[in-house]
Design a protein around this ligand. Structure first.
Ligand code: TXA
Ligand code: MG
Length: 330
């Protein structure tokens, strides 16, 4: 089983040592826990896919400790730089042109000529600085499962496959980072996430281009059912069916809520930030209770609601189908 340490100096140096030997370490970030490997070590990066049991080599996000470090690996245009200066460290990832001949292993970007970079808040920065190498880190969970937002969740899911987990308590944001790409004057939202699109739009004074789902699937790794729990998920539930567990939101309950096998409320007061932080943990808890199906009350699409609904839509999709396959079967 994985060893669990805190985030003191001893833990940071143990993590940096393990990473420099090519081992995997689960590290806390403000979004979700990451399954980290030295991004310059191809075998270590391959181990990420092995440990996650990912069906494809999706491009991974690369984590840096400073803007100077980002500049070693990517070309940063002026709009991207504005976003970096405003939101780093924080839950924003930028897809940028990869500099030729850098030390980042090609498996990290799945052979693309771009690289997704972000600077996380918290202890991850200290580990990256100690290692002086970027870390490739997808969310710390088995492929297709709920992202790990606590050390216990990570240990449950991946504990037999990794050596070390650093525990910083529950993730502050609870959703993966927002992914944005600047191409000329166009700024595209590739993945809604923990930084609300409206905040980015306000910073830039322009609208983000939201890719339709068909375009999104062209970013590898955007499988519809990527965020699926074992139970079936039914969205926009206004009344409960027999045997369902209930993922509630806000002060008003779906009809028949009293007969739910179990109920957890993402935010009784209707706060989307609180709901985002609770989302993966609550889905996992309801899933663990073993019900066949989870009914989810309607959640507004404003602010972080966009990312929450995106995750829930993926969780509700038929398993193993990509978006274009879904469209064909409709
Ligand atoms: O919050 C997060 O972002 C977490 C924590 C651990 O930092 N990390 C995370 O990483 O979610 P990962 O590797 O699971 O995210 C991969 C996403 C995929 O949707 C992938 O398609 C996209 O990033 N991506 C990575 N590189 C890309 C690239 N060069 N172009 C377009 N999309 C890319
Ligand atoms: Mg993930």
């Amino acid at each position: 089983m994985a060893k669990i340490m805190g985030t003191d100096a001893q833990a940071i140096s143990a993590a940096a040592d393990a990473l420099s030997r090519g081992e995997l370490v689960a590290i806390p970030t403000e979004t979700v826990y990451g399954l980290a490997a030295d991004a310059t070590n191809g075998e270590a990066v391959a181990r990420i896919f092995e440990a996650k049991g990912r069906p494809h080599f999706n491009p991974l996000i690369c984590h840096v400790a400073s803007i100077a470090m980002a500049e070693r690996y990517a070309e940063i245009d002026s709009l991207s730089r504005r976003l970096i200066e405003q939101f780093w460290p924080g839950p924003l990832t930028l897809v940028l042109p990869l500099r030729a001949g850098t030390a980042i292993h090609p498996l990290v970007a799945a052979g693309l000529d771009t690289i997704a970079l972000r600077m996380p808040r918290g202890v991850a920065g200290a580990i990256i600085a100690a290692l002086d190498r970027p870390l490739a880190a997808p969310s710390a969970n088995t492929s297709g499962r709920i992202s790990g937002t606590s050390a216990e969740a990570v240990a449950d899911d991946l504990g037999t496959r990794i050596a070390l987990i650093l525990d910083a308590g529950p993730s502050e944001v609870g959703l993966e980072s927002t992914i944005v790409r600047v191409e000329g004057e166009t700024v595209s939202l590739l993945r809604p996430g923990g930084l609300a699109a409206e905040e980015i739009e306000a910073a830039l004074g322009r609208k983000l281009v939201r890719l339709d789902q068909r375009a999104a699937i062209q970013a590898p790794g955007m499988l519809t059912s990527h965020y699926a729990p074992a139970a079936a998920v039914r969205l926009n539930a206004r009344e409960l069916r027999d045997g369902e567990a209930l993922l509630a939101f806000g002060p008003e309950r779906a009809a028949g809520a009293e007969k739910a096998a179990a109920t957890l409320n993402l935010s009784p007061g209707g706060d989307l930030r609180e709901a985002a932080a609770n989302l993966f943990g609550f889905m996992k808890q309801l899933d663990r209770l073993g019900g066949a199906s989870i009914a989810v009350e309607p959640i507004p699409f404003t602010g972080l609601g966009e990312a929450i609904n995106d995750r829930l839509t993926r969780a509700a999709a038929p398993r193993g189908l990509a978006v274009d396959e879904l469209e064909r079967t409709r």
